[in-house]
Write a protein that binds this ligand. Structure first.
Ligand code: SF4
Length: 237
């Protein structure tokens, strides 16, 4: 890689909000001077990027350790021309088995929330009309949170998805997605219901539906419904 290519890579990652690059394999003759140079970088976002190109670039991705335990890469689902995109943190067991985001119990709740709220508010949309994806595309073991390096490596695909779709609003589901998209460090209870920005696109933060499944979280459920109402009216009014 020459200096010009390296500059392009670094500018690209800077635009994506990525601040650290991880080398996948150390060179056999690494020295203190070469140890910080990335050896294996994911591709730059191609000109005229499309969802299909991103899927092709992911391929049978082994770029981070989450590839080891996954069954299926969970890329994203829905209408790639949607003005609204929901972003969760990562696939769970059902999603990993089917290769589709938000299909387990939390996913069913998300569907109910989207369709139920839209109907009540007189907005004619169904889940299939919007786009849903996650920060990481492979299931973290034991449903743990994705690690920062996994989010940064896989985050290039999320950033490309969002850059291609350019929705009117992004809704971040849960603290992990909220922090990944906004760069803020607070917990979800502090961030929810507020507008942030990802590359000039408004981002609403709300609870992850799996948190709302817990029976003692009725108040959070009500709050999430309020957040969703704000999002739907902002996008569709
Ligand atoms: S989580 Fe993302 S970067 Fe890691 S292996 Fe899966 S697709 Fe690749």
């Amino acid at each position: 890689m020459d200096a010009e290519q390296l500059r392009q890579y670094l500018e690209f990652y800077q635009d994506l909000g990525i601040k650290t690059l991880y080398r996948q394999a150390a060179p056999a003759i690494a020295t203190a001077a070469t140890a910080a140079i990335p050896m294996e970088l994911p591709p730059l976002a191609p000109t005229g990027d499309t969802i299909l190109k991103i899927v092709e670039d992911i391929g049978d991705c082994q770029r981070c350790r989450l590839s080891k335990g996954r069954n299926k890469i969970v890329f994203g689902v829905g209408n790639p021309e949607s003005p609204l995109v929901f972003v969760g943190e990562g696939p769970g067991a059902d999603e990993d088995a089917q290769g589709i985001p938000f299909v387990g119990r939390a996913g069913q709740l998300l569907t109910q929330m989207i369709e139920g709220t839209a109907k009540k508010e007189g907005i004619e949309i169904l889940r299939k009309d919007i786009y849903i994806c996650n920060v990481v595309k492979c299931r973290p073991p034991e449903n743990r949170n994705p690690e920062p390096d996994e989010m940064e490596i896989c985050g290039q695909f999320l950033h490309r998805q969002l850059s291609v779709i350019r929705p009117k609003v992004i809704c971040a589901l849960g603290g992990v997605a909220a922090r990944a998209l906004t760069g803020h460090k607070e917990g979800v209870t502090k961030m929810r219901g507020k507008w942030f920005k990802w590359q000039e696109i408004p981002v609403m933060v709300t609870y992850h539906p799996s948190y709302l499944l817990r029976p003692y979280n009725q108040e959070a459920k009500r709050e999430a419904w309020e957040d969703l109402k704000k999002v739907l009216h902002y996008v569709y009014d």
